[in-house]
Design a protein around this ligand. Structure first.
Ligand code: AMP
Length: 595
């Protein structure tokens, strides 16, 4: 498929050869919808306003064209990407590294809170081409003249609405005023609240606006469910589905060619009749594979979108979106591979926490909710395995061809003077081999951090906290009453024009703490308090002491500790009136400081 650079392929996009090679390495078959539009626009030097969620391929949509225009000989930052969280910053930096793997002497540096300034400064001194960072840290480096952006060619604002929610928008705007006016700006946001549109109006020059148009029709013969990835790996979840669902044939969709092969191998190793189907498989062989699926000689295909285009096999009862598709159109096409010819079908979508937005946009476009599903528990799976095992024994008992074995085992029984059931048990163990029949039922609950990430990264809700008790005692954390909280004091208050969102953003990034775990915040004149999980590691507390918000060192310390004035806030602590800005909700309102 990809040999002759068809229209709409990466090869047709005028990307330099080393980048195309990297894309071949990672196994992308075709540009996603956002890439098809953004890459040419950015290559042509336009500013860009793109509405896209995580999972749409937006990182490659800006990384590839900007890398294409990079001057490797100049070792100064030419591309700056601002991302709301350290996780995203790291992920984006890794993506740059991946796409630039064949560019000689290429350097990208992630800059985020919680990491030592010294390390970052040393790397900066050595010379980097791309900086990817969280706004707070990047701004610190800029203010202290450690990050020289005179040679900057392009600035990307990634997940702008999330930056707004975390209280970073003003910092971002400040940075926009500090960079060369000739630079290119690309702004990506899952939603376009008016604050973001305003930033775009003020700082983008005649931007190309990209919002991929979506088809809306899905067959109503397909039952659509989604599973929020948590606690289990996707592979384990798929294995459970394969056991628990009654299916005839199944197509499992993944993003890349490489992934088709890897996953197919893993499923084969688990005893499933499965093959990979991707654009690299020669046409003839593809046809043979599909034919085997049709005839029931094969049950599972692991495919890319390209390879499964137009696939029409009535036996396909299930479509699993193992990797979420990059756009709604692809989703609609995928699930259309089942429920064909009047039959009903099942579609299951795996959604990782960061991809929740994409799920919402699929639901919005197809104008129907997709039901959440629970992964079958280990116990339920075990019950089925026991039933299946009994059935195998029953079938064998009923087959009536056991005379030879009967004789042989009678001999064993006499020689060993064993009970018949003992012998049967020994044979069952032999039959089962090394893999135990039953799964371990002590399922590990999802790790707290994963749970936290879910809330921190995906819910666009404003951060609301409990009503205050205004005392020095920390309040219970909403949704996690089991977590003991401790009240801390921060050396920044409304005199410094701090808003709750600034505090949340800084702590989330500097302490690597999911914002769900950041409790009640109160802002007083010269200081604030924040409730955080008790027993935070020393290094984290140290990092938070040094972190800066509104140009103040946070100097975080337990609210009961001596050494600061107004250490433990009392209701009367604020002679000047009640504590201000109790709600973090206004973090998202983007008001000007001091308003
Ligand atoms: P992003 O929306 O940038 O977070 O990307 C989501 C995922 O899609 C990442 O795992 C990328 O590696 C993958 N991806 C991006 N572009 C493509 C493409 N054209 N084909 C297949 N996978 C892609």
């Amino acid at each position: 498929m990809s040999e002759s650079a068809p229209l709409g392929s990466f090869a047709a996009m005028n990307l330099p050869a080393p980048l195309l090679r990297a894309l071949e390495d990672v196994g992308y078959e075709q540009p996603s919808a956002i890439q098809a539009e953004a890459i040419p626009a950015l290559l042509a030097g336009h500013d860009l306003l793109g509405q896209a969620q995580t999972g749409t391929g937006k990182t490659a949509a800006f990384a590839l064209p900007l890398l294409a225009r990079l001057d490797l000989a100049r070792r100064t930052p030419q591309i700056l990407v601002l991302a709301p969280t350290r996780e995203l910053a790291i992920q984006v930096a890794e993506a740059f590294q991946t796409y630039a793997r064949h560019l000689k002497d290429f350097h990208v540096l992630p800059i985020y809170g919680g990491q030592s300034y010294e390390v970052q400064l040393r790397q900066l001194k050595r010379g980097v081409h791309v900086v990817v960072g969280t706004p707070g840290r990047v701004m610190d480096h800029m203010r202290s003249d450690k990050l020289n952006l005179d040679g900057l060619q392009a600035l990307v604002l990634d997940e702008a609405d999330e930056m707004l929610r975390m209280g970073f928008l003003e910092d971002v705007e400040w940075m926009l005023t500090q960079i060369p006016p000739t630079r290119q700006v690309a702004l990506f946001s899952a939603t376009m609240p008016k604050e973001i549109r305003k930033v775009a109006q003020r700082h983008l020059r005649d931007p190309q606006v990209i919002k991929v148009a979506q088809k809306t029709a899905t067959a109503d013969t397909v039952r659509q469910r989604y599973w929020q990835v948590s606690g289990l790996h996707k592979l384990d979840a798929l294995t459970r589905i394969l056991e628990a669902e009654t299916y005839d044939a199944m197509i499992v969709f993944v993003r890349t060619k490489t992934a088709t092969v890897e996953l197919a191998e893993k499923l084969q190793a688990r005893g499933h009749s499965c093959e990979a189907l991707n654009g690299d498989v020669p046409q003839k062989q593809r046809e043979r594979t599909v034919e085997r699926l049709r005839q029931g000689k094969l049950d599972i295909l692991v495919a890319t979108d390209v390879a499964a285009r137009g696939l029409d096999v009535q036996r396909v009862s299930h479509v699993i979106n193992y990797d979420i598709p990059t756009d709604v159109e692809a989703y609609i096409h995928r699930i259309g591979r089942t429920g064909r010819a009047g039959k009903t079908g099942d579609a299951i979508l795996f959604v990782s926490p960061r991809e929740k937005r994409l799920l919402q946009s699929i639901e919005k476009t197809i104008r129907q909710p997709i039901e959440p599903m629970q992964m079958p528990s280990a116990r339920a799976i075990n019950e089925q395995r026991v039933q299946r095992f009994k059935q195998r024994v029953r079938d064998a008992l009923g087959s009536g061809h056991n005379e030879f074995w009967y004789q042989l085992l009678t001999e064993v029984q006499q020689e060993e003077s064993a009970e018949p059931l003992e012998i049967a048990a020994a044979l069952a163990a032999l039959l089962q081999g090394d893999a135990p029949l039953l799964m371990n039922e002590k399922e590990k609950p999802p790790r707290a951090r994963e749970v936290g990430k879910k809330a921190a990264q995906n819910e666009a809700r404003p951060l609301r906290r409990h009503k205050t008790s205004a005392g020095g005692k920390a309040l219970a954390l909403k949704g996690h009453p089991e977590i003991e909280m401790q009240r801390y004091r921060l050396a920044v208050g409304y005199l410094h024009e701090v808003k709750p969102g600034n505090i949340v953003g800084a702590i989330a990034n500097e302490a690597q703490l999911d914002s769900e775990y950041i409790g009640h915040i109160e802002i007083y004149e010269k200081f604030s308090t924040v409730d955080l999980p008790a027993g935070m590691p020393k290094e984290t507390l140290f990092a938070l002491k040094k972190a800066r918000v509104c140009q103040q060192r946070l100097d975080l310390r337990p609210a009961t500790e001596r050494g600061g004035q107004n250490t433990a806030p009392r209701p009367t602590a604020a002679k000047k009136g009640k504590p201000k800005s109790k709600k973090k909700g206004n973090a998202g309102k983007g008001k000007k400081r001091g308003e």
